[in-house]
Write a protein that binds this ligand. Structure first.
Ligand SMILES: NC(=O)c1ccc[n+]([C@@H]2O[C@H](COP(=O)([O-])OP(=O)(O)OC[C@H]3O[C@@H](n4cnc5c(N)ncnc54)[C@H](OP(=O)(O)O)[C@@H]3O)[C@@H](O)[C@H]2O)c1
Length: 312
């Protein structure tokens, strides 16, 4: 993100916050950032800032976001927006009450390849959409204390990477009427791998898979009555390649090269929203994040995955 912001004309990273002043200073030195703070509280209180990008582990998002919004600072918060739906509802309410911008940093939503596939679907080029199939997997070294496997930090494949296939299904098909999920648990009790099946009445279904123990193809397919769209590996990030296959026609392959790290697109959306005085993005509105977290919660119930944050 810091590298991408450096390439945006109207953006400036004015300050960075860390739990350690030494780490904040080291980061500030690397990216020529004028201010370094040794606590998140000091960063949230800094009057020079228009917006704060929160990139702490999942379990910090709720508290960090409420603190920033409470200090009247707009927030771009990494995915997942929080650990559960209850937290997301409170965060959205705080944004509305304070009239301060809040957006979940689902970078995939803003990539050119995503705009293209939505256009293709909107124009009816693959007909009526009947299914979405997506996966995301890589082997993560097992560290019971690290954020990927530690339940206290919201560990597990679902919140870290399973969120992407679920995001795609929600973007294209909306909220499902039926949800089935099954998971393999790590020794820490969080899911190391899971499968999710969603249905939308008789209209459509989604087949989703994520794993922290194997490299998978990490591709997405959207199937319709007139053809299908393939988003090539790794489908959720740039640069993108998308193939459109229509019945009885030659496949059309489109490349979406990207000289940025991919965070540029969401950053531009945040800047545009702030310039217009908006408190949410039309492309990724508060309701979308609420629906996505509701879906994640429902999948977790079926997996039997409970986090400490769910109590009370
Ligand atoms: N959009 C994307 O492409 C993308 C990619 C990767 C990750 N993410 C999201 O970004 C978030 C951070 O992921 P990450 O892999 O960057 O995490 P990370 O390296 O483990 O942590 C990022 C920073 O959070 C701070 N932190 C605060 N509380 C912490 C705690 N209890 N344990 C460890 N660090 C803590 C640390 O900074 P200080 O100690 O200096 O304060 C740390 O450097 C996650 O929510 C993840 O889902 C998004």
């Amino acid at each position: 993100m810091a590298q991408d912001l450096a390439d945006i004309n109207d953006a400036e990273i004015y300050a960075v916050g860390s739990r350690s002043l030494d780490r904040a200073r080291a980061f500030a030195d690397t990216y020529q950032i004028p201010q370094a703070f040794g606590s998140y509280q000091e960063l949230a209180a800094c009057d020079e800032l228009d917006v704060i990008y929160i990139a702490t582990p999942h379990d910090g998002h709720y508290e960090n976001t409420l603190m920033c919004l409470g200090n009247k600072k707009a927030v771009l918060c990494e995915k997942p927006l929080a650990i559960n739906g209850r937290q997301v509802i409170q965060m959205v309410e705080e944004s509305r009450q304070q009239q301060v911008f809040l957006m979940e940093a689902i970078w995939t939503r803003f990539l050119p390849q995503t705009h293209y596939l939505l256009d293709v679907i909107r124009q009816g080029m693959i007909g009526e959409v009947h299914s979405v199939k997506a996966d995301f997997g890589f082997p993560a070294p097992y560290d019971p204390e690290g954020r990927l496997f530690n339940p206290d930090l919201g560990g597990g494949a679902l919140l870290d990477i399973g969120i992407y296939p679920l995001f795609l299904s929600l973007l294209i098909l909306g909220k499902p009427s039926g949800i089935k999920a099954s998971a393999v648990m790590a020794p820490t009790g969080v899911d190391i791998e899971h499968g999710v099946l969603l249905n939308y009445g008789t209209n459509a279904c989604a087949h989703l898979h994520a794993t922290l123990r194997n490299q998978t193809r990490s591709e997405a397919f959207i199937y319709g009555t007139e053809g299908y769209i393939q988003i090539h590996t790794r489908w959720h990030e740039p640069p993108g390649t998308v193939t459109l296959v229509r019945r009885n026609e030659r496949p059309v392959v489109k490349d979406f090269p990207d000289s940025s790290n991919g965070y540029r697109h969401e950053a531009l959306e945040v800047m545009d929203c702030l310039q217009r005085g908006k408190i949410e993005s039309d492309q990724l509105p508060h309701q979308f994040s609420r629906d996505l977290m509701e879906l994640l919660d429902a999948v977790r119930v079926r997996m039997g995955l409970v986090y400490p944050q769910d109590q009370g």
